[in-house]
Design a protein around this ligand. Sequence first.
Ligand code: SPV
Ligand code: MG
Length: 540
Amino acid sequence: MQKNTVRKTTRLKQLIQRPEMAFLMEAHNGLSAKVAEEAGFEGIWGSGLSISAALGVRDHNEASWTQVLEVAEFMADATQVPILLDGDTGYGDFNSLRRVINKLEQRGVAGICIEDKIFPKTNSFIRGAAQPLASIEEFSGKIKAGKDAQRDDDFVLVARVEAFIAGWGLEEALKRAEAYRLAGADAILMHSALRSPVEILAFLKEWDNRLPVVIVPTKYYQTPTDVFREAKVSTVIWANHLMRSSLAAMQATAKQIYSDINLLNVEERVAPLQEVFRIQGEGELEEAEKRYLPKHGRSTRAIVLAASQGVELGELTADRPKAMVDIAGKPLLGRVLEAYRAVGVKDLAVVRGYKKDAIKLANVKYFDNDAFASTQEVASLAVAAEALEGDVIVSYGDVLFKKYIAQELTESDDDVVVVVDSNWQESRNRGRNADFVACSEPHSRRSFFQPVTAKSFRPGASDEIHGEWTGIVKFSPRGAKLVREKLKALGAEPGRLDTLKMPDLLQLLVQDGHAVRVIYTTGHWLDVDSVEDVLVGAQF
Ligand code: SPV
Ligand code: MG
């Protein structure tokens, strides 16, 4: 969200003073404040009733003002719109109010509303007529003290007149409003507990807009809002409706779960967890981690492609894919996953295909390429596209490697990094089906200090070969996004994805002009290709 550089105090003042009517939505904690802001409200009413209700106490100043301040601070931190806090009577005399205002300014609250009653106050809708009012002189002194204490010139002080609530009538209401105006209040909140707006409209008529007027139509809610607009109301407060709606929802949910003793009937009715995380701002944190965390603190995930049968292993793969072939008591894939876990790569995804039911390893996310028989590796990667996110290593279910290889990859910053074995002649001599690579530099002392990049994953007869790709590649968050986009583009061409092997995909990245970084190794990995390899693999 873009930062609003205008101070919250200034914005609240402008809201209250502008000719167009403004609306404040009640909130009582950080979450409800966010809900109000997201709904579009330009300002928030920090309701004393709602905050006390949410804290499980009564609206009789049972919560101390510093406890209310803590809540208001969470609300201010959670939102960018200004907050007008219901400050009851100011929690004591003029001196208490001065301190309250300074603390509110420090915590990012834009204004306070104080009412002309006696501390501890009682909610206006509870035995209103029996409530004693403060003397006009005392309350006017309090307003003056508050205005003198504020350090930010635009901090808003709303003086609330309880004359109608206490049964004193229009004359007293006008007298008080005028005294509070003269004392320096920025606006008058005129409250009424009647079911019709008659008191309020009578006041507004006589008042004639001497100072902005704020109203709280909780009881006279049936009045069309245009009536307030025509009567020149400055600001309407919807005073308690988020608290009351959540109370009703919580009661219904608690009752249902209590009687059902399971969650089936409520799951669909409650906000999904993803929505909770969204409103908490998890997305921002994820982005920030990418910017600020060192690589080793950032978690890398891995996608292991294990969809093929591996006919070259003969009857060993009659009932299971190659990745599940037993190597000294452990399946090959289990060893691969172990190597990842050993270097802290715990978020593991496996793409299955052939005899997928034979792959049953715990704590792994599975993706299935059910078209494994007619497709190649890139099609398998595409079914796991959603795991191509953040820092991610992609490798094969039949390639074992020493832990240091994975470790080095997790520490790399480059967008695309491949591990290349410079001892490629051996593979050629053995007649293996290897993926040769032409690089910018051969493996040498120089290449240790100088970044090496891949020039071709499909070297032609005239290209100098520098190594064999081990089948291991790592993408940075940016690199992963690039590959996702590439897969999407390839997927849009009929049949294209199905024929591609991983080196083809890497070759396309090179052709698109992306730097593919090379990390050289000499050995320390094993592509399990033969029954003999199965025996060697036991040493990994
Ligand atoms: C509040 O929301 O706490 C108010 C408004 O003060 S009322 O409850 O109507 O008094
Ligand atoms: Mg209140």
